[in-house]
Design a protein around this ligand. Sequence first.
Ligand SMILES: *Cc1c(COP(=O)(O)O)cnc(C)c1O
Length: 377
Amino acid sequence: MKKIQMVDLKGQYEEIKDTVNSSILEVIDSTAFINGPKVHEFQKKLEDYLGVKHVIPCANGTDALQIAMMGLGLKPGDEVITADFTFAATVEVIALLGLTPVLVDVEPDTFNIDINAIKKAITPNTKAIVPVHLFGQCANMDAIMDIAKEHNLYVIEDNAQAIGATYTSEDGTKQKAGTIGHVASTSFFPSKNLGCYGDGGAIFTNNDDLAHTIRGIVNHGMYRRYYHDVVGVNSRLDSMQAAVLNAKLPKLDAYNESRKEAASKYDEAFKGIDNITTPFRNGADDNHVFHQYTLKITNGKRDALVEHLNANGIPCGVYYPVPLHLQEAYKDSRYNEADFTVTNQLIKEVISLPMHTELDDEQIAFITSTVINFVNG
Ligand SMILES: *Cc1c(COP(=O)(O)O)cnc(C)c1O
């Protein structure tokens, strides 16, 4: 059996090696390292793929979130509601901009932001909601857009984990994740569903004015060379990363299909097994692109299982071991533990198994039998 990896970047590279190598060499040969034609090519291709008017590439997914919030003109004192159960980048940029993060609980089945918790957290100072499409599954965007409309709030989708997912609304409309809110961010970190070979990110929006503002912000607040109209940042996708992404974007749907296939095989093996809850699929098949395959182990053996898997050469991850509202950096006396019953439970139960585009049946059989035998052994 091939060595099992959490993410198999090498195996994936082997398949596209010639295209990637020649594309990177072209960049070096052209010396157009910053804002070169490869970046523009990627921007256009991604706009077409997503069906969104504007893609603004930037340096990473964390910057993308920050720049989206800067572009919306959010100001200190503004409250931004986001999920307690996500990667810290989401809340980090809110705090960094001097905005007030308001963390709320998530749903026990999808792990995505809880709609009633959002409603409960809204105050006259609330300006935006940041849903995270966690582990590759779209949050309940219909309900979130309704709340936003009613209370006049911005919706910033953190789409770092769900690029390529398609959200189906109650009326049957289909839209790509990251094109539904006012603005969205994504990450091309190597292990993400569309990863480059270093750092990379992008912002998406259908709003022309916002896109214009953001294009200036990513480049030192310049709209004309050496005229700085607003305070900006230096956040660019470099041409070598764009070269990699140009080679990988045409494969994104196939990559996501491979992830979904692996997820179905895991589901099948764990079906009906006590003490193991497989990932809940909310809605249509395309709604989840399995950035992670995350089980709940409900008999208290999660930590022991992590050790057992590692001892048996099976990598795994606990995303996330500490809820954001209990992190040293984001504690706030306004939070009440009774409002976080779901995240406080999830951190004890979740475990993510190897998930990538190169998993084979033999590996999946070994992983699932090792998990089942240990949890119920
Ligand atoms: C990866 C990730 C980010 C940050 O992306 P970087 O490119 O690593 O800065 C933000 N939010 C979520 C939910 C992520 O998973």
